[in-house]
Design a protein around this ligand. Structure first.
Ligand SMILES: [Zn+2]
Length: 57
């Protein structure tokens, strides 16, 4: 089970989901919208997961 790096929702990787590879790491997303948000400012979301858990707005 992977987690959507943008909104923090669980993503089932057993079925087709949105994903992208950034700096040799694969990131999964619950929706295309989340993937678009990530691609706009990937460092923002990566920094968040490193420091503390993402809280949904
Ligand atoms: Zn999401």
């Amino acid at each position: 089970m992977e987690r959507c790096i943008v909104c923090g929702m669980d993503v089932k990787i057993s079925k087709p989901v949105e994903s992208t590879i950034y700096k040799n790491k694969t990131y999964y997303f619950c929706t295309t919208l989340c993937m678009v948000l990530f691609l706009q400012v990937p460092e923002k979301y990566i920094d968040l997961t490193k420091t503390k858990n993402i809280k949904t707005k």
